[in-house]
Structures are given as C-alpha cells and as structure tokens.
Ligand binder design. Structure first.
Ligand code: THU
Length: 130
C-alpha cells in the first residue's frame, strides 16, 4: 500500500462524512502493521458534543476489527491549509498508536508529516495510573 493509495483512501473516506452541522468533511485512512487499511470520516450529531472525528472513527474501526498496531494515518480535508487533529484525537492516537506516523493532506494532495508523539507531548497515559 503506497502513500498515494492511502491518500486516495482518505479522500474517499471524506466523501462519506456525515457533517450536516459544520459542513466540514474530514476523511482518514489508517494503515495497520498487518497491511490492512481502515477508513474513517467525521460523524456529527444534533447534540454537538457527540460528534466524532474522522481520525477516531478510523482508529476505533480498526480496533473493532481486531487490529492493535498502526503504522500510518492520513487525514484529508478539501482545503489548501493542512487540518491539524483535535486534542481528543491526539489523546486517542497516543493511547493506541504512539509510534504512528501522521500525514496531514490538503486538496493539492500535498502532505505534512508528523507523529503521534510530536502531536501529543507529555501526554497523560497508562503510566500515570500506575
Ligand atoms: N474534525 C475531524 O473529523 N477531524 C479533525 O482533525 C478536525 C475536526 C471534525 C469534527 C467536526 O465534525 C468537524 O470536523 C468540525 O469540527
């Protein structure tokens, strides 16, 4: 699975977004260590606090399918600016995929590469509960 194919998967996922309130359509595609790809889109709700971001949809969907190791996550929004993941998604990334590469993708198919650790330094984690 190439980066270009993963970008296409994230673009495809953004078209499935359920975002009638924000009209902000986000798509994500996560590549697992076993080579599978899971898509995610944002899913909104009239009770706004229940909105779920594309990144978490993709990661949760992969976990629900039995996956536990993640290599790369691509996040696409149809804009020229790169869209940066929200705090809730960063917390989920650091929990499930601390070593994952994260690629933000704009509508020119340009990418900005970062990582879960870079996005969420000094995170609250299982170690804090020990
Ligand atoms: N959203 C995402 O899905 N991912 C992001 O990285 C940023 C925000 C969604 C949440 C909400 O449905 C809409 O975009 C506007 O915040």
């Amino acid at each position: 699975m190439t980066d270009n194919e993963l970008i296409q998967q994230a673009i495809e996922a953004s078209k499935k977004a359920y975002a009638p309130y924000s009209n902000f359509h986000v798509g994500a595609a996560v590549l697992t260590s076993s080579g599978k790809v899971f898509q995610g889109c944002n899913v909104e709700n009239s009770s706004y606090g229940l909105c779920n971001c594309a990144e978490r949809t993709a990661l949760f969907s992969a976990v629900a399918a039995g996956e536990r190791e993640f290599k790369k996550l691509f996040v696409y929004v149809d804009r020229e600016e790169f869209t940066s993941p929200c705090g809730a998604c960063r917390q989920v990334m650091i929990e499930l995929a601390p070593d994952m590469e994260v690629y933000l993708v704009n509508n020119k198919k340009q990418t900005k590469k970062t990582t879960s650790r870079e996005l969420m330094p000094w995170a609250f984690s299982a170690e804090d509960l020990a």
